[in-house]
Ligand binder design. Structure first.
Ligand code: ADP
Ligand code: MG
Length: 253
């Protein structure tokens, strides 16, 4: 299976605002691809298109053989794509384990919340999923807080729970929307290490939207730069960093 992500001439409008204008880029399987740009550049809109939340007015998104841009969010999840949100979208009063289990919802036959019939097979299924959840939690250094309600955890840890929940869906493509936003320097470093190890250990393709340039430059194989909904650059971190259009966009000149 060739899990290349191809974003092809995608446009999205909100009334008079062109949030995305004919944006194209390709993400090679197994790479970490960053999408950067100033506030309002269209990064979150792009993720919403990739995850089936918004419909593109024009253009196509293909992941391997499938068209993502005609799918609804649950279908995108079924196609092997999981995402996190810029603003944490977890159930604050539920435990880490419960939140992670929700990430596996579409992998279960009936869904955990539908209420079981108490059949032995369901018990086995549930234990299997719980074991995998514990494994992923361990991988993201969340093993010690599995029974802690998410709401009482520090912000940086909650962001890790978000990433873990997305991984619990067993994606082949992981979309991270500003994974280190609001984190301190130490949390940022740990998160960068985590993203690297996710790619290395799980062989997942990662697209991340990020404001923190240092993080992007240290982590990404390739970078696509958006400004006012347009792609203004695309290349390796070094290429992009020295691009006059990018410098201008970031300096606001
Ligand atoms: P970024 O994530 O790069 O900061 P966004 O994708 O959130 O940018 O926003 C791109 C542009 O689209 C902005 O001008 C924003 O105000 C607008 N926009 C985003 N979402 C909506 C929406 N649901 N309704 C109206 N305008 C929106
Ligand atoms: Mg955003």
């Amino acid at each position: 299976m060739i899990d290349r992500l191809e974003v092809d001439d995608v446009s999205v409008r909100f009334g008079a605002v062109a949030a995305l204008s004919e944006v194209s880029f390709t993400v090679e399987p197994g790479t970490i691809h960053a999408v950067i740009g100033p506030n309002g550049a269209g990064k979150s809109t792009l993720f919403n298109v990739l995850s089936g939340v918004y419909r593109a007015a024009a253009g196509q998104v293909r992941f391997g053989e499938v068209r993502l841009d005609r799918m609804r969010p649950f279908q995108v999840a079924g196609a092997g794509v999981a995402r996190t949100f810029q603003n944490i979208a977890l159930s604050a009063h539920q435990t880490v384990a419960q939140n992670l289990m929700l990430g596996r919802h579409h992998l279960t036959r009936t869904g955990f919340l539908a209420g079981g019939l108490g059949l032995p097979r369901e018990g086995r299924e549930r234990r299997k999923h719980a074991a995998r959840v514990a494994e992923i939690a361990e991988f993201l250094e969340l093993g010690d807080v599995l029974t802690t309600p998410v709401g009482v955890l520090p912000y940086g840890v909650q962001k890790r729970v978000e990433a873990a929940r997305a991984l619990c869906a067993e994606p082949r493509l992981l979309l991270l929307d500003e994974p280190v936003a609001g984190m301190n320097a130490d949390e940022t470093r740990r998160m960068a290490d985590t993203v690297r190890s996710i790619r290395a250990a799980l062989d997942i393709t990662i697209v991340l939207v990020e404001h923190d340039m240092g993080m992007v430059m240290a982590l990404a194989d390739r970078v696509t730069v958006l400004d006012f909904g347009r792609r203004i650059a695309d290349g390796t971190p070094d290429e992009v960093q020295s691009d006059p259009d990018v410098i201008r966009a970031y300096l606001g000149a």
